[in-house]
Write a protein that binds this ligand. Structure first.
Ligand code: IPM
Ligand code: MN
Length: 360
Protein backbone atom coordinates (compact mmCIF):
# COMPACT_ATOMS: atom_id res chain seq x y z
CA UNK A 1 0.00 0.00 0.00
CA UNK A 2 1.41 3.42 -0.91
CA UNK A 3 2.16 5.70 2.03
CA UNK A 4 2.02 9.48 1.92
CA UNK A 5 4.06 12.13 3.66
CA UNK A 6 1.87 14.94 5.01
CA UNK A 7 3.58 18.14 6.10
CA UNK A 8 1.63 19.73 8.96
CA UNK A 9 1.91 23.34 10.07
CA UNK A 10 -0.05 24.01 13.27
CA UNK A 11 0.40 27.81 13.04
CA UNK A 12 -1.18 30.22 15.50
CA UNK A 13 -4.25 30.64 17.71
CA UNK A 14 -6.60 27.68 17.30
CA UNK A 15 -4.36 26.34 14.49
CA UNK A 16 -2.52 23.80 16.70
CA UNK A 17 -5.77 22.44 18.17
CA UNK A 18 -7.63 21.97 14.89
CA UNK A 19 -4.56 20.68 13.06
CA UNK A 20 -3.76 18.09 15.73
CA UNK A 21 -7.43 17.08 15.91
CA UNK A 22 -7.39 16.49 12.17
CA UNK A 23 -4.17 14.49 12.34
CA UNK A 24 -5.83 12.25 14.96
CA UNK A 25 -8.90 11.77 12.76
CA UNK A 26 -6.84 11.11 9.62
CA UNK A 27 -4.73 8.58 11.53
CA UNK A 28 -7.97 6.84 12.55
CA UNK A 29 -9.17 6.85 8.95
CA UNK A 30 -5.96 5.84 7.17
CA UNK A 31 -3.67 4.37 9.79
CA UNK A 32 -0.01 4.07 8.87
CA UNK A 33 -0.65 5.09 5.25
CA UNK A 34 -0.15 8.72 6.27
CA UNK A 35 3.15 9.85 7.79
CA UNK A 36 2.90 13.30 9.39
CA UNK A 37 5.82 15.73 9.50
CA UNK A 38 5.15 18.61 11.96
CA UNK A 39 6.74 21.92 10.86
CA UNK A 40 7.21 25.40 12.28
CA UNK A 41 5.78 28.61 10.88
CA UNK A 42 3.41 31.49 11.50
CA UNK A 43 3.20 34.73 13.42
CA UNK A 44 4.26 33.24 16.76
CA UNK A 45 7.29 31.67 15.13
CA UNK A 46 8.11 35.02 13.52
CA UNK A 47 7.85 36.76 16.90
CA UNK A 48 10.33 34.25 18.35
CA UNK A 49 12.73 33.89 15.42
CA UNK A 50 12.06 36.61 12.84
CA UNK A 51 10.95 33.97 10.30
CA UNK A 52 7.28 33.41 9.36
CA UNK A 53 8.09 30.59 6.91
CA UNK A 54 11.51 29.00 7.65
CA UNK A 55 13.24 27.69 4.51
CA UNK A 56 13.40 24.26 6.17
CA UNK A 57 9.61 24.32 6.47
CA UNK A 58 9.19 25.42 2.85
CA UNK A 59 11.51 22.69 1.57
CA UNK A 60 9.68 20.04 3.64
CA UNK A 61 6.35 21.28 2.25
CA UNK A 62 7.74 21.17 -1.29
CA UNK A 63 8.88 17.56 -0.83
CA UNK A 64 5.73 16.33 0.93
CA UNK A 65 2.78 14.72 -0.83
CA UNK A 66 0.40 17.29 0.72
CA UNK A 67 0.32 20.05 3.33
CA UNK A 68 -2.19 20.29 6.19
CA UNK A 69 -2.37 23.65 7.94
CA UNK A 70 -4.21 24.78 11.07
CA UNK A 71 -4.36 28.57 10.82
CA UNK A 72 -1.89 31.44 11.00
CA UNK A 73 -1.93 35.04 12.16
CA UNK A 74 -1.85 37.04 15.38
CA UNK A 75 -3.27 40.57 14.99
CA UNK A 76 -0.57 42.08 17.15
CA UNK A 77 2.24 40.69 14.99
CA UNK A 78 2.45 43.04 12.01
CA UNK A 79 5.02 44.38 9.55
CA UNK A 80 5.99 48.07 9.61
CA UNK A 81 3.44 48.63 6.79
CA UNK A 82 0.74 47.38 9.21
CA UNK A 83 -0.06 44.25 7.19
CA UNK A 84 -0.22 41.04 9.21
CA UNK A 85 2.85 38.79 9.35
CA UNK A 86 0.96 35.51 9.88
CA UNK A 87 -0.80 35.69 6.54
CA UNK A 88 2.60 35.59 4.85
CA UNK A 89 3.06 31.96 5.90
CA UNK A 90 0.06 31.12 3.83
CA UNK A 91 0.60 33.54 0.97
CA UNK A 92 4.25 32.59 0.46
CA UNK A 93 3.27 28.90 0.24
CA UNK A 94 0.55 29.81 -2.26
CA UNK A 95 2.80 31.87 -4.48
CA UNK A 96 5.99 29.77 -4.25
CA UNK A 97 4.19 26.44 -4.74
CA UNK A 98 1.94 28.04 -7.39
CA UNK A 99 -1.30 26.86 -5.77
CA UNK A 100 -3.46 28.55 -8.36
CA UNK A 101 -6.87 27.04 -7.62
CA UNK A 102 -8.39 27.70 -4.19
CA UNK A 103 -11.29 25.24 -4.01
CA UNK A 104 -13.99 26.15 -1.50
CA UNK A 105 -16.97 23.78 -1.28
CA UNK A 106 -20.18 25.44 -0.11
CA UNK A 107 -22.40 22.59 1.06
CA UNK A 108 -25.25 22.47 3.56
CA UNK A 109 -24.71 19.41 5.75
CA UNK A 110 -27.35 17.70 7.88
CA UNK A 111 -27.08 19.18 11.35
CA UNK A 112 -25.79 22.54 10.12
CA UNK A 113 -28.38 25.31 10.14
CA UNK A 114 -28.48 27.71 7.21
CA UNK A 115 -29.51 31.27 8.12
CA UNK A 116 -31.45 31.20 4.82
CA UNK A 117 -35.02 30.17 5.58
CA UNK A 118 -36.29 27.00 3.94
CA UNK A 119 -33.04 25.49 2.65
CA UNK A 120 -32.34 21.88 3.62
CA UNK A 121 -29.29 19.62 3.37
CA UNK A 122 -28.12 18.98 -0.19
CA UNK A 123 -30.08 21.94 -1.61
CA UNK A 124 -27.03 24.15 -1.30
CA UNK A 125 -24.08 22.38 -2.87
CA UNK A 126 -21.66 24.32 -5.04
CA UNK A 127 -17.94 25.05 -5.20
CA UNK A 128 -16.20 28.42 -5.40
CA UNK A 129 -12.95 28.21 -7.37
CA UNK A 130 -10.88 31.23 -6.44
CA UNK A 131 -7.88 32.16 -8.54
CA UNK A 132 -5.17 32.04 -5.87
CA UNK A 133 -1.90 33.48 -7.19
CA UNK A 134 -2.63 36.82 -8.89
CA UNK A 135 -5.52 39.29 -9.09
CA UNK A 136 -5.37 41.94 -6.40
CA UNK A 137 -3.21 39.66 -4.23
CA UNK A 138 -0.39 39.99 -6.74
CA UNK A 139 0.27 43.29 -5.03
CA UNK A 140 0.90 41.75 -1.63
CA UNK A 141 4.01 43.54 -0.34
CA UNK A 142 4.24 45.59 -3.54
CA UNK A 143 1.63 48.28 -3.05
CA UNK A 144 2.56 51.91 -2.53
CA UNK A 145 1.92 54.36 0.26
CA UNK A 146 3.23 57.74 -0.79
CA UNK A 147 3.93 60.08 2.08
CA UNK A 148 0.78 58.95 3.85
CA UNK A 149 -1.27 60.72 1.18
CA UNK A 150 -1.78 58.22 -1.64
CA UNK A 151 -1.83 54.43 -1.52
CA UNK A 152 -2.20 52.01 -4.43
CA UNK A 153 -2.34 48.27 -5.09
CA UNK A 154 -2.44 46.87 -8.61
CA UNK A 155 -4.75 44.11 -9.80
CA UNK A 156 -2.90 41.72 -12.12
CA UNK A 157 -4.52 39.28 -14.56
CA UNK A 158 -2.50 37.07 -16.90
CA UNK A 159 -3.85 34.93 -19.72
CA UNK A 160 -2.04 31.90 -18.27
CA UNK A 161 -3.43 32.57 -14.79
CA UNK A 162 -7.03 33.03 -15.90
CA UNK A 163 -6.97 30.22 -18.43
CA UNK A 164 -5.75 27.57 -16.00
CA UNK A 165 -8.18 28.47 -13.21
CA UNK A 166 -11.08 28.61 -15.67
CA UNK A 167 -10.11 25.20 -17.08
CA UNK A 168 -9.92 23.88 -13.52
CA UNK A 169 -13.46 25.13 -12.89
CA UNK A 170 -14.88 23.52 -16.04
CA UNK A 171 -13.12 20.23 -15.33
CA UNK A 172 -14.49 20.30 -11.78
CA UNK A 173 -18.02 20.87 -13.05
CA UNK A 174 -17.66 17.82 -15.28
CA UNK A 175 -16.80 15.74 -12.20
CA UNK A 176 -19.92 16.92 -10.35
CA UNK A 177 -23.58 16.15 -10.95
CA UNK A 178 -24.71 19.71 -11.61
CA UNK A 179 -26.56 22.36 -9.63
CA UNK A 180 -29.16 21.13 -7.10
CA UNK A 181 -31.87 23.24 -8.77
CA UNK A 182 -31.78 21.62 -12.19
CA UNK A 183 -28.89 19.15 -12.32
CA UNK A 184 -27.24 21.32 -14.97
CA UNK A 185 -23.45 21.45 -15.09
CA UNK A 186 -22.78 25.17 -14.86
CA UNK A 187 -19.76 27.43 -14.42
CA UNK A 188 -20.62 30.94 -13.27
CA UNK A 189 -17.97 33.57 -14.00
CA UNK A 190 -17.98 36.13 -11.19
CA UNK A 191 -16.41 39.44 -12.26
CA UNK A 192 -16.96 43.17 -12.78
CA UNK A 193 -16.54 43.07 -16.55
CA UNK A 194 -18.99 45.94 -16.95
CA UNK A 195 -16.63 48.33 -15.18
CA UNK A 196 -12.97 47.25 -15.37
CA UNK A 197 -10.92 46.04 -18.34
CA UNK A 198 -9.09 43.49 -16.18
CA UNK A 199 -12.37 41.79 -15.34
CA UNK A 200 -13.55 42.08 -18.96
CA UNK A 201 -10.28 40.26 -19.81
CA UNK A 202 -11.02 37.65 -17.10
CA UNK A 203 -14.46 37.04 -18.62
CA UNK A 204 -13.15 36.92 -22.19
CA UNK A 205 -10.53 34.28 -21.33
CA UNK A 206 -13.15 32.25 -19.46
CA UNK A 207 -15.36 32.43 -22.57
CA UNK A 208 -12.50 31.11 -24.70
CA UNK A 209 -11.99 28.18 -22.33
CA UNK A 210 -15.75 27.53 -22.24
CA UNK A 211 -15.68 26.66 -25.96
CA UNK A 212 -13.88 23.42 -25.02
CA UNK A 213 -16.78 22.50 -22.68
CA UNK A 214 -20.02 22.68 -24.70
CA UNK A 215 -21.58 20.29 -22.17
CA UNK A 216 -21.14 22.80 -19.34
CA UNK A 217 -23.41 25.86 -19.25
CA UNK A 218 -21.57 29.20 -19.06
CA UNK A 219 -23.16 31.71 -16.70
CA UNK A 220 -22.12 35.19 -15.57
CA UNK A 221 -22.67 37.22 -12.43
CA UNK A 222 -21.20 40.54 -11.38
CA UNK A 223 -19.48 40.38 -7.99
CA UNK A 224 -22.08 42.62 -6.35
CA UNK A 225 -25.09 40.87 -7.86
CA UNK A 226 -23.83 37.39 -7.00
CA UNK A 227 -23.98 38.23 -3.29
CA UNK A 228 -27.76 38.57 -3.65
CA UNK A 229 -28.08 35.46 -5.86
CA UNK A 230 -26.07 33.39 -3.32
CA UNK A 231 -28.75 34.24 -0.76
CA UNK A 232 -31.85 34.05 -2.97
CA UNK A 233 -31.01 31.15 -5.31
CA UNK A 234 -28.06 29.20 -3.87
CA UNK A 235 -29.33 25.99 -5.48
CA UNK A 236 -28.69 27.51 -8.91
CA UNK A 237 -24.93 27.27 -8.51
CA UNK A 238 -22.64 24.38 -9.42
CA UNK A 239 -19.18 25.96 -9.81
CA UNK A 240 -18.33 29.67 -9.47
CA UNK A 241 -14.94 30.92 -10.74
CA UNK A 242 -13.62 34.27 -9.51
CA UNK A 243 -10.53 36.45 -9.31
CA UNK A 244 -8.55 36.25 -6.06
CA UNK A 245 -10.06 39.12 -4.05
CA UNK A 246 -13.62 38.51 -5.19
CA UNK A 247 -13.16 34.81 -4.42
CA UNK A 248 -11.92 35.64 -0.93
CA UNK A 249 -15.01 37.72 -0.25
CA UNK A 250 -17.76 35.56 -1.77
CA UNK A 251 -16.34 32.36 -0.25
CA UNK A 252 -16.89 33.75 3.24
CA UNK A 253 -20.43 34.76 2.29
CA UNK A 254 -21.00 31.27 0.89
CA UNK A 255 -19.67 29.70 4.08
CA UNK A 256 -22.05 31.91 6.06
CA UNK A 257 -25.02 30.49 4.16
CA UNK A 258 -24.17 26.89 5.20
CA UNK A 259 -23.23 27.35 8.83
CA UNK A 260 -20.17 29.59 8.95
CA UNK A 261 -16.40 29.44 8.64
CA UNK A 262 -16.24 26.72 11.29
CA UNK A 263 -17.51 24.28 8.66
CA UNK A 264 -15.77 25.80 5.60
CA UNK A 265 -13.09 23.59 4.05
CA UNK A 266 -10.50 24.63 1.49
CA UNK A 267 -8.10 22.93 -0.88
CA UNK A 268 -5.42 25.09 -2.50
CA UNK A 269 -4.14 23.20 -5.51
CA UNK A 270 -1.39 23.58 -8.07
CA UNK A 271 0.04 21.20 -10.67
CA UNK A 272 2.20 19.39 -8.09
CA UNK A 273 1.27 20.59 -4.62
CA UNK A 274 -1.82 20.85 -2.40
CA UNK A 275 -2.40 22.85 0.79
CA UNK A 276 -5.44 21.98 2.88
CA UNK A 277 -6.90 24.01 5.71
CA UNK A 278 -10.16 25.31 7.12
CA UNK A 279 -11.12 28.63 5.53
CA UNK A 280 -11.37 30.23 8.97
CA UNK A 281 -8.67 32.24 10.70
CA UNK A 282 -6.63 31.69 13.86
CA UNK A 283 -9.34 32.95 16.28
CA UNK A 284 -6.77 33.87 18.98
CA UNK A 285 -9.58 34.87 21.37
CA UNK A 286 -10.58 31.23 21.87
CA UNK A 287 -7.13 29.67 21.43
CA UNK A 288 -5.95 27.02 23.90
CA UNK A 289 -9.38 26.57 25.53
CA UNK A 290 -10.49 23.45 23.63
CA UNK A 291 -13.38 25.53 22.24
CA UNK A 292 -12.59 25.57 18.50
CA UNK A 293 -14.43 23.34 16.05
CA UNK A 294 -12.12 20.99 14.10
CA UNK A 295 -14.83 20.37 11.48
CA UNK A 296 -13.52 22.74 8.77
CA UNK A 297 -10.00 21.33 9.05
CA UNK A 298 -11.24 17.73 9.18
CA UNK A 299 -13.35 18.32 6.03
CA UNK A 300 -10.24 19.87 4.44
CA UNK A 301 -8.43 16.67 5.41
CA UNK A 302 -11.09 14.73 3.52
CA UNK A 303 -10.47 16.97 0.47
CA UNK A 304 -6.77 16.11 0.86
CA UNK A 305 -7.43 12.36 0.89
CA UNK A 306 -9.60 12.64 -2.22
CA UNK A 307 -7.01 14.79 -4.02
CA UNK A 308 -4.18 12.38 -3.14
CA UNK A 309 -6.30 9.36 -4.06
CA UNK A 310 -7.24 10.77 -7.46
CA UNK A 311 -3.69 11.89 -8.23
CA UNK A 312 -2.17 8.53 -7.37
CA UNK A 313 -4.97 6.26 -8.57
CA UNK A 314 -5.45 5.16 -4.97
CA UNK A 315 -9.12 4.14 -4.76
CA UNK A 316 -8.80 3.18 -1.10
CA UNK A 317 -7.82 6.74 -0.20
CA UNK A 318 -10.74 8.16 -2.21
CA UNK A 319 -13.01 5.82 -0.25
CA UNK A 320 -11.42 7.00 3.01
CA UNK A 321 -12.24 10.58 1.99
CA UNK A 322 -15.90 9.70 1.46
CA UNK A 323 -15.96 7.71 4.71
CA UNK A 324 -14.56 10.73 6.58
CA UNK A 325 -17.12 13.11 5.09
CA UNK A 326 -19.91 10.67 5.98
CA UNK A 327 -18.56 10.43 9.54
CA UNK A 328 -18.63 14.22 9.93
CA UNK A 329 -22.14 14.39 8.50
CA UNK A 330 -23.30 11.55 10.79
CA UNK A 331 -22.01 13.38 13.86
CA UNK A 332 -23.54 16.70 12.80
CA UNK A 333 -26.79 15.00 11.74
CA UNK A 334 -27.11 13.09 15.05
CA UNK A 335 -27.10 16.44 16.82
CA UNK A 336 -25.69 15.02 20.08
CA UNK A 337 -22.14 16.36 19.78
CA UNK A 338 -22.45 19.79 18.17
CA UNK A 339 -19.67 22.41 17.97
CA UNK A 340 -20.24 25.84 19.46
CA UNK A 341 -20.29 27.65 16.10
CA UNK A 342 -23.24 25.47 15.09
CA UNK A 343 -25.21 26.16 18.26
CA UNK A 344 -23.86 23.36 20.50
CA UNK A 345 -21.35 23.22 23.31
CA UNK A 346 -19.01 20.43 22.22
CA UNK A 347 -15.31 20.99 22.80
CA UNK A 348 -12.69 20.49 20.12
CA UNK A 349 -11.65 17.21 21.72
CA UNK A 350 -15.25 15.99 22.06
CA UNK A 351 -15.91 16.72 18.35
CA UNK A 352 -12.69 14.95 17.44
CA UNK A 353 -13.57 11.85 19.45
CA UNK A 354 -17.12 11.80 18.05
CA UNK A 355 -15.80 11.88 14.47
CA UNK A 356 -13.22 9.19 15.25
CA UNK A 357 -15.96 7.00 16.76
CA UNK A 358 -18.20 7.60 13.75
CA UNK A 359 -15.32 6.48 11.51
CA UNK A 360 -14.96 3.30 13.53
C1 IPM B 1 -8.47 33.04 3.23
C2 IPM B 1 -7.85 34.04 4.16
C3 IPM B 1 -6.49 34.41 3.59
C4 IPM B 1 -6.73 35.28 2.37
C5 IPM B 1 -5.55 35.09 4.55
C6 IPM B 1 -5.40 34.23 5.80
C7 IPM B 1 -4.18 35.24 3.88
O1 IPM B 1 -8.71 35.16 4.31
O2 IPM B 1 -7.78 32.04 2.97
O3 IPM B 1 -9.61 33.27 2.77
O4 IPM B 1 -6.83 36.51 2.50
O5 IPM B 1 -6.80 34.69 1.29
MN1 MN C 1 -10.62 35.00 3.40
Amino acid sequence: MKTYEIATIDGDGIGPEVCRATVAVLAEACGARLRFVPLDGGAGHYARTGEVLPETTFEACRRADAILHGAAGLPEVTYPDSTEVGNDLHLRLRFRLDLYANVRPIRLYRGAMSPLAGWGPGRIDYVIVRENTEGLYASRGAGTNLRGEVATDTLVMTRRGVERVARFAFELSRQRSGAPRDGRRRVTVCDKANILRSYAFFRAVCQEVARDYPDVELDYAYADAITVHMLKKPDFYDVIVAENMFGDIISDLGAGTVGGLGIAASAELGERHGLFQGAHGSAPDIAGQDLASPVATVLSGALMLRWLGERHGDAALVQDAARLERAVEAVLGAGEVVPRDLGGNASCSAMTEAIRRALG
